[in-house]
Design a protein around this ligand. Structure first.
Ligand code: 13P
Ligand code: SF4
Length: 304
């Protein structure tokens, strides 16, 4: 017989205590998963939490590269990804060999990798970044040339904000790419008083039309403090749940109902319970790769 939602939650919370586990949840996850989290946040906040926690087990509700980043930072902890197939198509658009080949073409260039990369790609990079700190980190980088992988749109955004020329890998997020300039125009007309927020993974023309370009964590903070009563949101739809929950008096309008990341919807309460019961599936980065990848992640955390 299927457990009711309340029973499931109860079992998860009890088992979590017994296992000395913490549940970290990305802002795009299903509402029912966000509701049982110890912490909900963006990629940077989740890595910082993973690095600081005293728990012995981290249940990571997000996608594979996020669990890998936690494993890079916390080799002594068990990092669980309740559905192992939850990947990020953008992270898979570049391989370590592809990056090595590009580095050969640009000797002397520094490599900045978006956190949405595999551990192997991080191991080939000089510094990691997230959408929350990419501009700030690039600003501080002293380099003749910067190779930015794999998100061409975030890279282009950082390059325009900092004025630094960048060599861009042609990767992109298939979910954010569904958001078109025409969607933003439509919303501007329909909600002329609204503020428009866009994630820097959006197409460059979409980011250029927004009032604010922010990471998901930046959007959460902005919406708490803004005086605007209506906010149009150009990112993955999952964030709307948290925005509405935290700001019941404000109106949130997704710019496109097409912006749903299927990978971010794979983890449900049952998967979390099974994962805590079996202490699997575990994500563990091999030590030689981990040590190299950690240098790029540490550099990010240090400078942020
Ligand atoms: P942030 O939550 O760091 O803004 O990034 C979004 C993302 O790429 C998740 O896939
Ligand atoms: Fe990857 Fe885009 Fe999904 Fe984020 S929203 S996990 S970048 S595919």
């Amino acid at each position: 017989m299927k457990d009711s939602r309340a029973e499931l939650v109860d079992k998860i919370l009890k088992l979590k205590e017994q296992r000395n586990a913490i549940i970290l949840v990305h802002n795009y996850q299903l509402g029912e998963v966000q509701d049982i989290a110890d912490f909900v946040g963006d990629s940077l906040e989740l890595s910082q939490n993973a690095a600081m926690t005293a728990a012995s087990v981290i249940v990571f509700c997000g996608v594979h590269f996020m669990a890998e980043t936690a494993s890079i930072l916390c080799p002594d902890k068990k990092v669980l990804l309740p559905v192992l197939e939850a990947g990020c198509p953008m992270a898979n658009m570049i391989t370590a060999q592809g990056l090595r080949d590009l580095k050969k073409q640009h000797p002397g260039a520094l490599v900045m990798c978006y956190v949405n990369t595999t551990a192997e790609v991080k191991a080939e990079s000089d510094i990691c970044c997230t959408s929350a700190n990419a501009v700030q980190l690039a600003q501080k980088l002293e380099a003749k040339e910067i190779i930015f992988v794999p998100d061409q749109y975030l890279g282009h955004y950082v390059s325009t904000k900092t004025g630094k020329p960048m060599i861009l890998w042609p990767g992109y997020c298939p979910t954010h790419a569904r958001i078109q300039a025409a969607d933003v125009e439509k919303m501007r007309k329909a909600y002329p008083q609204a503020e428009i927020l866009a994630h820097p993974e959006c197409r460059s023309e979409v980011s250029a039309m927004a009032d604010f370009v922010l990471s998901t964590g930046g959007m959460i903070r902005h919406c708490r403090s803004t005086k605007a009563a209506q906010i149009v949101v150009a990112t993955e739809m999952g964030i709307i749940y948290r925005l509405k929950k935290e700001n019941p008096d404000k109106m949130f309008i997704p710019v496109s109902e097409q912006a749903i990341c299927p990978n971010m919807k794979l983890i449900g309460l049952e998967n979390i319970l099974w994962s805590l019961e079996d202490l699997s599936p575990e994500v563990k980065v091999p030590e030689d790769i981990r040590v190299k990848a950690k240098r790029a992640v540490d550099k990010m955390i240090e400078v942020s």
